[in-house]
Ligand binder design. Structure first.
Ligand SMILES: Nc1ncnc2c1ncn2[C@@H]1O[C@H](COP(=O)(O)OP(=O)(O)OP(=O)(O)O)[C@@H](O)[C@H]1O
Length: 309
């Protein structure tokens, strides 16, 4: 990694940096059980597959309520980072804590929104049952009272994403946007301290992109949930982003969008000349054919209008 005066390469939450929620990143708007420690802490973290190092020397604290966008070209290790935080992939070196403990879904109050994938038309599972899968079975046990409490939690989560009207229908018959709202509800029903999102806006139209982004933002405002948001396009969530983690070919930068999304920083990361311009509040990245990984989609190429990367 190359040092850069404006950009944190191993970063703690910024000392000053206003979140969309009006709080200072690192100083959450509301006190909560997680307010006294980072929601996610990586120390000297490295992930390698064989001799291929995806990233190394990653020191990163993500504060409660912080929104971190994870960007980078295909194969740079964005999803692998989420897999580490979900406890599905071990670090090659260093350490990680999520919600104050070792990574792993369920027990550590982690919500996960996977990539939008159409569900089979034949899937007869009802929407509210899909959402209920987000609750730890062992926490609710058996008995009428527990069943009622569980149903109430599911109802609340379904209502919060505006899905009450179709929650009793088979999910296979719902539209992609409706299915994705239910996935958001499933991720939130367990009251997560950390929300991991893997390109949750992919294949959604603009209206649904906005709706899903707003749901995620509302959650972090209301409950101080830290959000890691893997995306190929920063523009749809730019107003929400506190910091960016940008991964390229084993190198990375961490900082605010203004720090990382610059011609200088991206040119360093991609090791080729990249122009970053702002057009009507959107970030447009114009790169060169032949840049590291430029043959892959979602990589700096000729500007196509308003789309980052
Ligand atoms: N279990 C594994 N063993 C070996 N290589 C792996 C494994 N999992 C992922 N990889 C490789 O690691 C690289 C990073 O994968 P990852 O899915 O994290 O990338 P990504 O940044 O999320 O990419 P994309 O933008 O395409 O989703 C890829 O080249 C992938 O093939």
């Amino acid at each position: 990694m190359t040092a850069h005066p404006d950009v944190r390469s191993s970063a703690q939450p910024p000392a000053v940096g206003t979140t969309a929620a009006g709080a200072t990143a690192g100083q959450p708007a509301t006190a909560g059980p997680a307010a006294d420690r980072p929601a996610v802490a990586l120390r000297g973290a490295e992930l390698s597959y064989g001799t291929r190092v995806l990233w190394s020397g990653l020191d990163l604290d993500i504060a409660p309520g912080e929104f971190l966008a994870v960007l980078g070209p295909n194969g740079s290790g964005k999803t692998s980072l989420l897999r580490v935080l979900l406890g599905q992939q071990e670090l090659s070196a260093g350490s990680v804590t999520v919600a104050g403990g070792p990574p792993g879904r369920g027990s550590r109050r982690i919500g996960y929104i996977p990539q939008q994938k159409a569900m089979s038309r034949g899937l007869t599972l009802r929407g509210r049952d899909l959402v209920g899968l987000g609750l730890d079975g062992h926490r609710w046990g058996i008995g009428l009272r527990n069943r009622r409490d569980r149903a109430r939690r599911v109802d609340q989560a379904v209502a919060a994403v505006g899905a009450t009207g179709y929650a009793d229908q088979p999910v296979g018959l719902l539209s992609g946007g409706e299915q994705q709202r239910l996935r958001v509800a499933q991720a939130l029903v367990g009251d997560p301290e950390v929300l991991l999102c893997d390109e949750p806006l992919l294949s959604l139209d603009l209206a649904h992109q906005r709706a899903v982004s707003e749901l995620i933002d509302a959650r972090r405002r209301a409950a101080n949930t830290a959000v890691l948001f893997v995306t190929h396009e920063i523009n749809p969530v730019l107003p929400l982003v506190d910091r960016v983690l940008y991964l390229v070919d084993g190198r990375f930068r961490v900082g605010t969008p203004d720090e990382v999304m610059t011609s200088e920083t991206l040119s360093e990361l991609y090791r080729t000349h990249i122009d970053v311009v702002r057009v009507r509040g959107q970030i447009v990245v114009v790169g060169a054919q032949g840049a590291a990984g430029a043959d892959q989609p979602h990589h700096p190429m000729a500007a196509t209008g308003g789309t980052e990367q």
